[in-house]
Design a protein around this ligand. Structure first.
Ligand code: FAD
Length: 297
């Protein structure tokens, strides 16, 4: 199974899917059903998020192990440095290696609930570039992905500073950049151009979240700081309380985003699937009308 370093050199577009550790036993069954449905698209990897400071942390690796065993797919374990000393970070990375994860999504993480500013713990790290450097030095086999922010990270002192910090992550050894979700491709394309100008070379993969409902997208964009374009908001509002119609607007918008991004030559698309496959399957069917699942890539 290819690691990130080689994955994007294959020449064809790489689709990847991001899931999160669920809270209930039924949630786990539904998660594995979803991954089984998405496996037919031959994804480059399935990535599993890492909860900052919660009980879901150990579940990330449990799920990675299950996905590898059940579906023989490559995996990416998300990992943050929140609340951990370097020794604890190394311990987690050893465990990730033990379960066979091919890649690590190396993130700083958000400040724990109730705190507005990120505070490193004594003996811990402060920024994701330090985590990338640690992984590169101690676990050179891992593929390493990092986050990038087309609309600038919320805590950044300026767009240029944010880009300079992205470059630090790349210089420390990141293999690929996965962006925060966005709904206006112009933001991604501008960001990609600016990154190229400052010498950022690794593949930059757009992260897309198909909208499931107006309430959901309002909540998520408020949290991560991505904007909801006025016309898209208007279309969602015009559906009233019809949840299925809102999801359909989401599918159509995401399909258009994908078509345009593929036309712009992106190396892959990373879907935030929120443990559900219905919208993504519809989007893939729109993009590849002639293919049956399993031949999409
Ligand atoms: C693809 C993707 C997946 C994610 N998955 C998860 C997940 O599983 N779990 C989770 O908890 N969160 C996840 N997040 C959210 C992420 O943890 C937050 O966005 C977090 O606030 C920033 O993480 P980062 O790795 O981008 O941080 P960093 O790159 O460290 O940047 C954080 C802030 O500090 C600034 N900065 C960076 N380096 C320096 C430096 N050396 N000196 C001064 N300032 C600096 C940056 O400009 C930015 O404002 C994900 C985000 C993305 C894009």
């Amino acid at each position: 199974m290819l690691r990130m370093k080689n994955l994007y050199q294959r020449g064809d577009v790489v689709f990847s899917f991001e899931v999160f550790p669920p809270k209930t036993p039924q949630g786990f069954e539904s998660l594995y059903r979803t991954v089984g449905e998405l496996a037919g698209y031959k994804p480059g990897f399935i990535s599993v998020t890492y909860g900052a400071g919660g009980s879901t942390q150990s579940q990330t690796l449990e799920i990675i192990q299950q996905i590898r065993q059940r579906f023989s797919l490559a995996t990416t374990a998300h990992f943050t440095l929140v609340g951990a000393t370097v020794d604890q970070l190394v311990e987690f990375l050893e465990q990730a290696e033990g379960v066979g994860a091919e890649n690590i999504m190396a993130l700083r993480g958000d400040p724990p609930q109730g705190q507005t500013k990120f505070q490193p713990v004594p003996g811990g790290l402060s920024y994701a570039n330090e985590l990338v450097a640690l992984i590169r030095e101690r676990f050179p086999a891992f593929g390493i992905g990092v986050g990038g922010y087309p609309e600038t990270h919320q805590e950044a002192t300026s767009p240029d500073d944010d880009l300079a910090h992205l470059k630090r992550k790349v210089d420390a050894g990141a293999d690929a950049i996965f962006t925060q979700l966005f709904y206006d491709n112009a933001d991604f394309l501008r960001f990609r151009d600016r990154a190229t100008e400052v010498g950022i070379r690794p593949p930059m993969v757009p992260g897309l979240l198909p909208i499931l409902s107006l309430a959901q997208v309002k909540r998520i964009t408020a949290l991560c700081g991505s904007k909801l374009p006025t016309e898209l908001l208007r279309q969602l509002e015009s559906c009233g309380d019809d949840a299925a119609a809102q999801a359909q607007v989401g599918i159509e918008h995401c399909t258009r985003q994908c078509e345009d991004l593929l036309h712009e030559g992106v190396p892959g698309i990373h879907f935030y699937v929120l443990n559900r496959s219905d919208s993504v399957r519809q989007i893939m069917a729109n993009l590849f009308p002639a293919s049956v699942v399993g031949q999409a890539t």
